[in-house]
Design a protein around this ligand. Structure first.
Ligand code: PLP
Ligand code: COI
Length: 357
């Protein structure tokens, strides 16, 4: 796909940018450019632009503003040791984006166009790559329904947008392991949109997330909707449980949790370590019991933003418990190093996961 390139009249001055990328945090700073591509029934995908980042003009009746017809993705660009910029498994994000689009009755964007957009933006804004240790350029592709229409049906006009944000650590607390709050709210029910990456899922998670924060925790944990016993996932991450017999468990993809690309990568890397990885349902009660008996050694969360993060403490209305010593476990650290080594080009990429730009 060819992008019309619109030059930036006033990019952020180098000095301001240097200060920003030295300590970026997560999700508050944005680069100079964005990609936009429009879709309409007659022209399909057209009007592809790499333009200065700026406000959108939307009709107040645009469907996205009323019925939340919106999907998004999250992935990171890394700088390899030789200075080359690289993406990690971007085609998996492209494929998941289209699965989300299918669930939200939105048009598919060809995978090549999705990847071309990432390449164009990273190339334009690579000077925004953070100078902080472990930094990356977080990429946020999304699609919104732009048609001005108040009837409830799939819209006939859409806009794909890609923005980028220099990123450091996702968790502000900087603690070696995070603390999670088990919510009484439900994130997703069978037949719902839990497996899609759509804004509505995250809107519904905000009250439970605020509750977790107000109680001093870093993330919210959701249980299944039907029985409220089985562990599903965190607000923005998947979970893994490590046992003393070499087994490692993660909840199965039953349609109510997001099929994480980090999750999929960790399953592969853990199997390579000789671990017996199972995708099975696991209850909160069993988890508490296994943590107390010492059968459960470690628990970690994983996702693009969180990478691999140890879980140290779990709290809910029934009380709280600690995982292992409450700090990072050995396997968690090993898997994190394996994954980030591949992503940053310091470990061999035997699976073709890294796409050099
Ligand atoms: N689960 C939820 C709800 C998420 O928002 C994310 C983040 O994208 C994940 C899991 C992890 O997915 P991935 O590893 O593809 O980033
Ligand atoms: C990600 O890890 O990319 C996410 O989307 C999680 C969160 C920032 C929404």
């Amino acid at each position: 796909m060819q992008f019309e390139r619109i030059s930036h009249p006033a990019p952020v001055p180098g000095k301001t940018r240097a200060e920003a990328i030295a300590n970026p945090g997560f999700g508050t700073l944005f680069t100079d450019h964005m990609v936009t591509i429009d879709w309409s029934e007659d022209k399909e995908w057209h009007n592809a632009q790499l333009a200065p980042r700026g406000p959108l003009t939307l009709d107040p009746a645009a469907s996205v503003l009323h019925y939340a017809q919106e999907i998004f993705e999250g992935l990171k660009a890394y700088r390899l040791e030789d200075g080359t910029m690289a993406l990690f498994r971007p085609r998996e994000n492209a494929a998941r984006f289209n699965r989300s689009a299918d669930r939200l009755a939105m048009p598919n964007l060809p995978e090549d166009a999705f990847v071309a957009a990432l390449e164009a933006l990273v190339d334009a804004d690579k000077d925004w790559f953070p100078t902080v240790e472990g930094g990356s350029l977080y990429l946020r592709p999304f699609m919104i329904a732009t048609e001005a229409f108040l009837g409830v049906r799939p819209a006939k006009e859409y806009k794909f947008i890609l923005i980028a944000s220099p990123a450091g650590n996702y968790f502000k607390s900087g603690a070696p392991a995070v603390s999670i709050w088990v919510s009484d709210y439900t994130r997703a029910a069978p037949g719902g949109t839990g497996a899609a990456k759509c804004g509505g899922n995250y809107a519904a998670s905000l009250v439970p997330t605020r509750e977790a924060f107000d109680r001093g925790h870093d993330q919210v944990l959701f249980l299944d909707a039907a029985e409220h016993r089985y562990i599903e996932e965190l607000g923005g991450m998947n979970l893994f449980f490590v046992f003393d017999d070499g087994r490692i468990l993660t909840p199965p993809l039953t349609g109510t949790i997001l099929p994480g690309i980090t999750r999929d990568s960790i399953i592969d890397l853990a199997r390579e370590e000789g671990l017996d990885v199972v995708e099975e349902m696991y209850t909160l009660d069993q988890w508490r019991e296994d943590a107390a008996s010492g059968k459960l050694l470690e628990t970690f969360a994983c996702g693009t933003a969180a990478v691999v993060t140890p879980v140290g403490k779990v709290a809910g209305h029934d009380g709280e418990f600690t995982i292992g010593s409450g700090g990072p476990g050995q396997l968690t650290s090993k898997l994190r190093e394996k994954l980030t080594g591949i992503q940053r080009g310091t470990a061999e990429d035997t699976r073709g996961w890294v796409m050099r730009l």
